[in-house]
Design a protein around this ligand. Structure first.
Ligand code: SAM
Ligand code: SF4
Length: 329
């Protein structure tokens, strides 16, 4: 298994399938985009499936989430999902996406074996969407969400980031809309993982701010600490139920002690944490002829050295070299 020196066991693997994206969310990347990884640097579909197989059959991984960049831009996505779904033991398979293209892909991905999706949507207003993502694709995302719900990729979850002076007042409206549509909403605190290094702690919308804002319109009852498990989202029952709302407070209420994540970047680097500054190169080993047992050993060694926390509260904190879009959020 993937154990670290603090006794945590990683069973949840995030696989980034590309660092490219068709949106330009201001909290993630600059308007002009980034210098994307060249094709030969990316793991091939076969290499991705092989490493997922090593993780699932040798290292105790039970959950695999595909992300990016924008994973729907990866041409071989459905094939990768299908081959991962055929592994024994079968991992649970999910996807984090901006939803563009999901209208067309939700049903084929479901048929390939995908279990669930998280779609990122920060606003119900098309103009605010344009302001945040710098693209006029709000309608595509809404249609993608509806297609995911229709295809049975449920519960369909929505990830929302609130930005000061842009959509920070929108939390109650977004929640009312998500509940009416049957989507489960989770707010994510903005983290210092943007490529531009523009994040400022004193200017972020905190979990406390979000809960205060939601409580102006809804009654929120905590689900209870015991239900959180290793899940990063703290959840609240809305107006007595059945709807829930989650807040992922990675900055103000970190959940590092219970973290069960391991990450694989699109170019085959294992990362033990979003905020890690070290990576372990599985691609070089894989292309150099390492067998599955050797790859598993390298992965174990990479996770053994996982730090106790993100280090965000440490005055010496330095943002990792890779932005969120290249790590896989
Ligand atoms: N493109 C896909 C998407 O947007 O869902 C997958 C990759 S994206 C990096 C994954 C998640 O990270 C999204 O929900 C996005 O809102 C979130 N994200 C990106 N940059 C962030 C930041 N600086 N702080 C907090 N969340 C961020
Ligand atoms: Fe693209 Fe997702 Fe980053 Fe937005 S958050 S720019 S959709 S990778």
């Amino acid at each position: 298994m993937l154990l670290d020196t603090y006794g945590r066991i990683a069973t949840d693997l995030r696989v980034s399938l590309t660092d490219r994206c068709n949106l330009r969310c201001t909290y993630c990347m600059p308007e002009e985009g980034l210098s994307w990884l060249a094709k030969p640097e990316l793991l091939t579909d076969d290499e991705v499936v092989r490493l997922v197989r090593v993780a699932v059959t040798r290292l105790g991984v039970t959950e695999v989430r595909f992300t990016g960049g924008e994973p729907l831009l990866r041409p071989g996505l459905a094939g990768i999902v299908e081959r991962c779904a055929a592994l024994a033991p079968r991992p649970r398979l999910s996807l984090t996406t901006n939803g563009i293209g999901l209208e067309r892909l939700a049903a084929p991905l479901r048929a390939a074996g995908l279990d669930r999706v998280n779609v990122s949507l920060d606003t119900v207003d098309p103009e605010t969407f344009h302001r945040i993502t710098r693209r006029r694709r709000h309608g595509d995302v809404l249609r993608g969400l509806a297609a995911a719900r229709a295809a049975g990729l449920t519960p369909v979850k929505i990830n929302a980031v609130l930005l000061p002076g842009v959509n920070e007042e929108e939390a109650p409206e977004l929640l009312a809309w998500a509940m009416a549509q049957g989507y489960e909403l989770r707010f994510i605190e903005q983290m210092p993982l943007d490529a531009q290094h523009g994040w400022q702690r004193e200017r972020m919308v905190t979990a406390g701010d979000i809960l205060r804002s939601l409580r102006t319109r809804f009654t929120l009852t905590p689900e209870g600490e015991s239900d959180r498990g290793s899940a990063p989202a703290e959840r609240w029952i809305v107006d007595g139920g059945p709807h829930r709302v989650g807040v992922i407070a990675s900055v103000t209420r970190p959940f590092c002690r219970a973290c069960d994540r391991t990450r694989l970047t699109a170019d085959g680097q294992v990362r033990s944490c979003l905020f890690a500054r070290e990576e372990s190169d599985l691609r070089e080993a894989l292309r150099g002829g390492a067998d599955d047992a050797e790859l598993a050993e390298l992965w174990r060694a990479a996770m053994w050295g996982k730090k106790p926390g993100s280090g965000l509260d440490d005055p010496s904190f330095v943002q990792p070299q890779r932005p969120m879009s290249a790590i896989g959020g």
